[in-house]
Ligand binder design. Sequence first.
Ligand code: GDP
Ligand code: MG
Length: 637
Amino acid sequence: MNNLNKHYEERVRPCIDLIDSLRSLGVEKDLALPAIAVIGDQSSGKSSVLEALSGVSLPRGNGIVTRCPLELRMKRRGEGEEWYGKITYQNHEEAIKGPANVDEKIREAQNKIAGGGVGISSKLISLEIASPDVPDLTLIDLPGITRVAVKGQPEDIGDQIKKLIKMFITKQETISLVVVPCSVDIATTEALKMAQEVDPDGERTLGILTKPDLVDKGTEETVIDIVHNEVIRLEKGYMIVKCRGQKEIAEKVSLTQAIERERAFFTSHAHFHTLYDDGHATVPKLAEKLTLELVHHIKKSLPRLEEQIDEKLAQTQAELERYGSGPPSDGPERLPYLIDKVTAFTQDAISLATGEELKCGEKLNVFSMLRREFKDWDAQLIHLAENFNKIEAEAEFYEETYRGRELPGFINYKTFESMVKRQIQKLEEPAVRKLRNVSDAVRQDFFKLAHHSFPALPNLMKRAKEKIEAINQEKQAIAESMLRTQFKMEMIVYTQDSLYRNSVADLKREEGVEQDEEQDEEQDEEEYKRKSTKFNREWSMMYCKDNHAALRALMFHLRAYYKSASQRLADQIPLVIRYQVLQESAAELQKEMLTMIQSQENLEFMLTEDFEVGSKRAALLSRLKRFKKARSYLVGF
Ligand code: GDP
Ligand code: MG
């Protein structure tokens, strides 16, 4: 295992584990794993640095070797697990046999994408490697910056490459390694300028000096100044590394041996040993620094993540509470459990009927529905009054329907009575319909309550619903018979004298009659005529034996009576409905449910838990556990 791996194990691994556990909860997308991209001039040593960091051999050499962006996605596997590799580009996907084939497959892919020569392409090659020897990390190798196009390359190759590089280093989760050979004047480095453009504060840019073995004699002190961040300042600073040269590769020096050689190089170097001493040199030190950066990046994302986890945790907990803990498996505890459940339900049923808050947490407000329905009933009463005023005022209609043997101008009290009855009767069916509507709505609310009270006990829920249904029908039938009786009683045209007088007085006031009937009689003819309104004139014409006027008078009394009768019905019908459908139903439901559980024969049946609910609860519990674990990871950080 190489050095980055080691540090990964110690420092990043917990982060990765955290992310893994979060991934399974679906919150990992907010915590983009950092990718490390290398940018720099051609042959500056980019691929070599990546190779040393990852332990995966990449195509390297002189001239343009990296000709397509290469994304190396590494996923660490458990110890002893098999190496797995897959290369993907364009529509091609291919498994790779072993680590030794990686280099070859990449070259093959580049040839296919960018042609066999020196051309480049922005098309991505994605390399997925899973192995016990790689870290969970994404590395991006990019073509090097060139200034002049060589034969076979388009004129604007330099711009093409720069555009490509920019695409990658703009991403916030990318840490850019700007690779500069020691032999090059860093101030003129294009890559550094590009990195500073997308990351002006240098918060995610690291300078890497390569090829210290090829440094121009006499410029060593300048190199040391650069690494000490004294020439071009970068927030994250600089590192210096020595990778395998072409000769060492030819000699098949392994990556592990190379690290050994690198250390030996620095410790024995006349100038650079100071850089080694203060921790600015070697690939392992670079790996350590990158590890810190990765941890830093992940930690920076944690507070937002923590919030999300807390939210999910609360959600899951609330859901679990709804499912309850399930019936106890222990025999003697089962009956009390059932009693508790049923008692809570019946208490909620009573609360529902009295408009109090429910213990099950569900918001069911029957009374807003009742108010709406009863207001509509009132509106129906008013509407009828307006309508019969219009129709019945037709004289012909009266003649046809009600006039008997009486001479014109005589109105029979019986006629008045039969007209009253005819009107009141029109309300009977609407009243019964209202009862049915309200009754249906109330039953639905009780059903909902049963659902919420016994979400996990389907048999008990079914029993409760059967009871609700039966009681609802029974109470509705009783209410209907009460309503029908009420309308039968309404056929006795009756109201208290004083109430009727009030009703007459109210109506006169409403219709513009200023004086009371008795007073009218006391007034002399002259004064009466002067004072009377249009209506009063018509009213007086009753005495003039005018049939039409008599009819008007009749209508007036009809309206007056309807007024007091409809006031009575406006309250009476809702009262009957509410009493039977809500209050009596809830009380009956309570009685029957409690009676039911006293006969213990059905105990096992009632407590049979819904299979799906059982597994859902188990799933929720494990979800909760995972969230809590994730939470504890976060707290530990
Ligand atoms: P890239 O084009 O930036 O990806 O550069 P490569 O990683 O392909 O390296 C270019 C050449 O430089 C290769 O032949 C490497 O072997 C060689 N090279 C890389 N790093 C060093 C180093 O530290 N010292 C020496 N001597 N050669 C190196
Ligand atoms: Mg390269």
